[in-house]
Write a protein that binds this ligand. Structure first.
Ligand code: ZN
Length: 448
């Protein structure tokens, strides 16, 4: 009964929902610098027109977070929907076939920056709040909406700030972050955990001199080369952890969508990318991605700088990476400093964490009835059973899981990560509409 009401309501208002999403895409919120307040104001107007109260928390220059809820009671069951308002900059706009702020509709898709990541998911969540309000269903809990800033640059001022300042007195029993989880050609994914990421700068500081008398100096590029050759020792110092889902478990998740195991194995053999995704999810990864050093062909370089990118499993932290790296460098006989400067005669290595996003994972997902409900709603609406998966990149979920605010935090939303951050980013309109159905139906089931 409620279900029919909701599905009817969505069919009737399809065009309005599409226009609202286009409005969000057309509202510029490139991060950096952010400008999320532009989007917050559009959302506020939309919610207030639907008689839903909404608070904006401005900060910095034209930036803001937004909080809203179905009603004013927070002492019963709460379901929290989270979506970020910032998008990555468009890069070279000339390369876009449809301008990034145009939200052009072509071939049943909407094109534009943020269509997939994640104004599509954010719009769907906001709309589901409006639908619940309008239909005035008898619910015994509250649906909360947190539209946040700063996700693309770590979330400290977005989800992190909201947790400490708005949600500190409001508990949540289940959190959904509306990030794109399409895994085409596979069915939709429900993401239960993420790997962490650390971007580490390593600077070797040697002593400069003329190349004709190299023994008077200390070659910083050679120092870096020593470190690089020993990088495999890094893992010895890292804590040994089991991946949240083993390779076999991940394969099993994927295989259920194929008619039989033989078909799946054949496809797996042919599609190297599937194998790579599976194994990336189950292991620690380290990569040296940038390096520069030297100023002139006849000068011994006194400085060499490298950037490393680490992908961590839940249980491994930024601190672990830093400590392991320090040990490796000290074992080579070099001092490690936290300051980049010293006298020109100092030989040392300087380490700096440039970016970090910690890994996180919902341990007890297998025992959750709520997750089962969510899984079956997605299966019904998308006409294919979704699969449980781990994200190889980091997201705002770590703020909820790692602070123990709410372990049952999942990622689910319209769009495919493959088109996120890319030129001509798009969302398939039906996918967007289907996600509105999922968010609305689940909220009703959860808060009944
Ligand atoms: Zn995103």
């Amino acid at each position: 009964m409620e279900k029919d009401l909701i599905l009817d309501e969505i069919e009737k208002n399809r065009e309005e929902y599409i226009e609202f999403l286009r409005d969000l895409i057309q509202t510029e919120s490139y991060n950096p610098p952010g400008n999320e307040k532009n989007v917050a104001l559009v959302i506020k107007k939309y919610l207030e027109d639907a008689n839903i109260e909404c608070e904006i928390f401005p900060f910095g220059e034209n930036r803001a977070n937004l909080f809203s809820a179905l009603n004013n009671r927070f002492d019963r069951k709460n379901l929290l929907y989270n979506g970020h308002m910032d998008v990555v900059p468009p890069g070279n706009e000339e390369e876009w076939k449809y301008p990034p702020l145009s939200a052009s509709i072509k071939r049943k898709k909407i094109f534009g920056r943020g269509a997939t990541d994640m104004k599509g998911g954010l719009a769907a969540m906001i709309i589901s709040l409006k639908i619940l309000k309008k239909l005035d269903l008898k619910l015994s809990g509250n649906l909360l909406l947190n539209a946040v800033a700063d996700e693309e640059t770590g979330g400290t001022y977005g989800t992190g700030w909201c947790l400490e300042n708005k949600l500190n007195s409001i508990k949540s029993d289940f959190v959904i972050i509306g990030e794109p989880t399409g895994l085409s050609p596979l069915p939709k994914g429900i993401i239960l955990g993420e790997k962490g990421r650390v971007e580490l700068k390593i600077v070797t500081n040697g002593i400069s001199c003329h190349a004709s008398v190299p023994f008077m100096g200390k070659n910083a590029i050679y120092m870096m080369s020593e470190i690089i050759q020993n990088l495999d020792k890094l893992e010895e110092n890292m804590p040994k952890v089991d991946p949240p889902m083993s390779v076999d478990e991940l394969k099993e998740q994927m295989s259920v969508v194929f008619p039989n195991n033989e078909t799946f194995e054949n496809i797996l053999q042919e599609q190297a990318i599937l194998q790579d995704i599976i194994s990336a999810n189950a292991q620690f990864a380290k990569n040296l991605t940038m390096i520069k050093g030297g100023i002139k062909s006849n000068v011994i370089p006194d400085s060499c700088e490298a950037i490393m990118d680490f992908r961590l499993l839940p249980g491994q932290t930024t601190e672990h990476v830093l400590e392991s790296m320090k040990k490796l460098i000290k074992d080579l006989g070099y001092d490690v400093k936290n300051e980049p400067t010293g006298s020109p005669e100092d030989v040392f290595v300087y380490l700096e964490v440039l970016k970090k996003g910690e890994a996180s994972y919902w341990q007890d997902w297998r025992d959750s009835k709520d997750l089962e409900t969510f899984h079956s709603i997605v299966g019904e609406i998308y006409k294919k059973k979704p699969i449980y998966f781990i994200l190889p990149a980091s997201s705002d979920a770590e703020h909820y899981r790692n602070t123990d605010y709410c372990q049952p935090t999942i990622l689910f939303g319209p769009g495919s990560p493959g088109t996120a951050h890319a030129t001509d980013e798009y969302i398939v309109i039906q996918d967007f509409i289907d996600s509105i159905k999922v968010f609305s139906l689940f909220a009703v089931e959860f808060l009944k």
